[in-house]
Design a binder for this molecule. Structure first.
Ligand SMILES: Nc1ncnc2c1ncn2[C@@H]1O[C@H](COP(=O)(O)OP(=O)(O)OP(=O)(O)O)[C@@H](O)[C@H]1O
Ligand SMILES: [Mg+2]
Length: 318
């Protein structure tokens, strides 16, 4: 694996665990272009963790192939393969007898980095995930579940791998910390352009984070694979429609910011709002305040247009 991001191709992958009547994954084909933030979402037991574990060969596939940048994972040694992959597992999985700092430095140490560079990188990562530098000398059992989860994230990022696999990494976090970590991982993704495969069963998290979402149904069947907007606009089947829930329209509006949509010409009147506000929040403001319009302002505070409820509704047609 070279470069900053890797393309991943699932080519007709099936996996059946011994003693199970139905497959965990059934003929999964999925191309994740290099640099994509891909979210795997679906109900419990849908095969999400199985799909991640197949990529780094923690389990073996029965049928089909997985290729990273064109090379079959079966042609790489598991050790070489995993060095290029940061993995955040669902149950955190820190080494209990190693300090936080040693946990984070695991892969850099394997790669033979000098101690000073590992220390520097560890401190940088602790800051990124919102922990204290002094936490480096503590042991995992001295941290809360959410803090441990953040150490797991820091460990996965440590050697700057081209591919990150994240299995419900924010599951144990309170909503505020979770939102902060979501922003952080999006920002990291924008800045360093890695390929990320991120598992969640939370459709809102999927919509907020993903460039693309793969929805896995019962028995590891791929129900739909598309951008969040396309899935919300046009769910492939009743299963997907039920999974994404009732308020599809509002969720679509939450994906767009006022600065990115066509607005009505500036006509004066109504309170002013910034162009970074989502259309969904603008709709909330219109409804809660009983306003008939809002003036949208650009960077310098100058009006760039107007939004009304009717106009917000019309945006859903495009
Ligand atoms: N080691 C195993 N042995 C036997 N069956 C397994 C094993 N691991 C997973 N399974 C089964 O395979 C199916 C898919 O499991 P998987 O862990 O991939 O689901 P998941 O989508 O990650 O679910 P969750 O959202 O609950 O984490 C489930 O039916 C599960 O019971
Ligand atoms: Mg799982």
């Amino acid at each position: 694996m070279t470069g900053t991001a890797a393309e991943i191709v699932f080519d007709n992958v099936s996996k059946r665990y011994p003693g199970r009547s139905s497959p965990a994954l059934d003929g999964l084909s999925l191309t994740i272009p290099a640099g994509t933030f891909c979210v795997l979402v679906g109900p419990s037991g849908g095969g999400k963790t199985t799909a991640l574990k197949l990529i780094n060969r923690l389990i073996s596939l029965d049928e089909g192939d997985i290729r990273i940048d064109g090379t079959s994972i079966l042609d790489l040694s598991p050790v070489a393969l995993r060095r290029g992959i940061g993995y955040v597992i669902q149950q955190i999985g820190l080494f209990p007898h190693h300090t936080v700092g040693e946990n984070i430095g695991t892969v850099p140490k394997l790669l033979g980095w000098p101690a000073a560079r590992i220390r520097e990188r560890t401190e940088e990562l602790l800051t990124i995930v919102g922990l204290d530098r002094a936490d480096a000398t503590r042991y995992p059992q001295e941290l809360s579940g959410g803090q441990r989860q953040r150490v797991g994230l820091a460990r996965a990022l440590a050697a700057d791998p081209p591919l990150l696999l994240m299995d419900e990494p924010f599951g144990a976090l309170d909503p505020i910390t979770r939102a902060r970590q979501q922003d952080e991982i999006r920002r990291l993704h924008r800045e360093v352009g890695k390929t990320i495969v991120f598992v969640t069963h939370d459709i809102d998290e999927a919509i907020q984070l993903g460039d693309r979402i793969a929805i896995l149904g019962e028995g590891g069947r791929l129900a739909q694979y598309d951008t969040p907007d396309a899935i919300l606009a046009d769910p492939a089947d009743p299963f997907v429609a039920a999974f994404i829930g009732e308020d599809r329209a509002l969720r679509r509006l939450a994906l767009r910011r006022l600065g990115d949509v066509p607005l009505l010409p500036f006509a004066g009147g109504g309170p002013s709002v910034g162009s970074a506000l989502t259309v969904r929040n603008a709709v909330s403001l219109l409804l809660e305040g009983g306003f008939d319009r809002l003036t949208v302002t650009g960077d310098a505070g100058t009006p760039i247009g107007t939004i009304t409820l009717a106009h917000a509704t019309s945006l859903l047609q495009s």
